[in-house]
Design a protein around this ligand. Structure first.
Ligand SMILES: Nc1ncnc2c1ncn2[C@@H]1O[C@H](COP(=O)(O)OP(=O)(O)OP(=O)(O)O)[C@@H](O)[C@H]1O
Ligand SMILES: CC(C)(CO)[C@@H](O)C(=O)[O-]
Ligand code: BAL
Length: 330
């Protein structure tokens, strides 16, 4: 049966809702999403219900985790369909801010002097002190996300989980985890949840959030929830919608070769090189372009050479210009 869902768009309003509810003895779980919801997201809500009695789902396509050459402007969205799904699964609040980086969202002000500077020819250069004199160097290109690209330079504070963010997805998306960690910290600060649920499909993201919470003493319990797959084995993802039926068929090779690797390990294979080589061969033969295929320690995400303990096999590959990620704990 569908339930009433409150839609909140203002930071102050969600914070005061949360504080009131907690003072009345409720426990609040947050499920952060970028919308265009599928069963993977719904499973996070179901997991959240095991840990709290009030559920907030945030829907926010965060510009700071997209590089300017990525798909922010065409990222799929369908708020009405999301609303229906969330009513059916039974959540209490949808937090749907228009702009989480807006310091004055309640008053509708958008400008800042830095925006003006950008519009009038901001150069991506920085000055650094060197031996008593200052030199101008190109700003590291990796520091630019769609947030800065929009000219919204009012935001200056970034969270970097320095080691965990470097490998896997961090190699080809160098600003991605800076944006994710920062926006999740902002969501934690405005929603003030007791619990937050993340999908293990984004394994590195989940580990990074756990580490951020530990290192910065956030009072939030982070839950990692299992990957949900379609019947054909493809890990559900909002971006699957970009795939043609043909591309999707080819992309099934990802899950297929992860399952084969798992069987090989169960039969005694310990060489990560062997395992990686066969996965890479199968994905390439299916027409995929590998971004990475790595077997890493589950906690540190450091690559291992031999299977001697719990690991996770993580893959990112392009099919038809769609970058898909998947993994399997082994
Ligand atoms: N198949 C899935 N199984 C479990 N969790 C998932 C799955 N897909 C997404 N999630 C989780 O849902 C949360 C929100 O993710 P997001 O809105 O980016 O969806 P997505 O489908 O992963 O989108 P994208 O295609 O951009 O990767 C994240 O914690 C993510 O790990
Ligand atoms: C955690 C998240 C909602 C932050 O924008 C996003 O990275 C996602 O949807 O996985
Ligand atoms: N699920 C992670 C969001 C992203 O890839 O941008």
């Amino acid at each position: 049966m569908a339930t009433e869902v409150e839609i909140i768009t203002c930071k102050n309003q969600i914070r005061s809702w949360s504080r009131t509810m907690r003072s009345n003895g409720h426990k609040i779980a947050l499920v952060p999403t970028m919308g265009y919801l599928h069963q993977g997201h719904i499973s996070l809500v179901e997991e959240a219900k095991k840990h709290a009695n009030l559920i907030v789902v945030s829907i926010y396509i965060n510009p700071s985790q997209f590089a300017p050459n990525e798909d922010l402007t065409r990222y799929p969205s369908d708020f009405n369909s999301d609303l229906l799904k969330l009513k059916q699964v039974g959540v209490n609040v949808i937090f749907h801010p228009e702009n989480l980086y807006e310091t004055n969202s309640e008053s509708g002000q958008t400008g800042s002097s830095e925006n003006v500077e950008r519009e009038s020819g901001f150069e991506p250069k920085i000055e650094i002190e060197s031996g008593g004199s200052s030199v101008t160097v190109e700003r590291e290109s990796e520091l630019s996300s769609c947030l800065e690209e929009r000219g919204q330079l009012g935001h200056q504070t970034w969270i970097r989980v320095e080691k965990l963010e470097k490998g896997l997805c961090g190699k080809s998306r160098p600003i991605f985890f800076r944006g994710v960690a920062t926006v999740v910290a902002k969501l934690f600060n405005v929603v003030e949840p007791d619990v937050a649920v993340f999908g293990k499909k984004d394994y590195q993201q989940w580990r990074i959030i756990c580490r951020m919470v530990q290192d910065l003493d956030f009072s939030v319990e982070v839950i990692g929830s299992e990957i949900v797959r379609d019947a054909d084995g493809l890990a559900m993802s909002s971006r699957n919608v970009y795939l043609s039926a043909y591309g999707r068929q080819k992309a099934l090779s990802i899950n297929r070769c992860l399952s084969k690797a798992k069987s090989s390990i169960q039969s005694g294979e310990i060489s990560c090189k062997q395992l990686r080589d066969s996965v890479m061969q199968e994905i390439c033969e299916a027409g995929g372009r590998i971004d990475y295929a790595e077997i890493v320690d589950r906690e540190s995400l450091v690559e291992v050479e031999e299977i001697r303990g719990p690991v996770v096999f993580c893959i990112a590959a392009w099919f038809e210009n769609v970058r898909l990620i998947d993994n399997m704990e082994m």
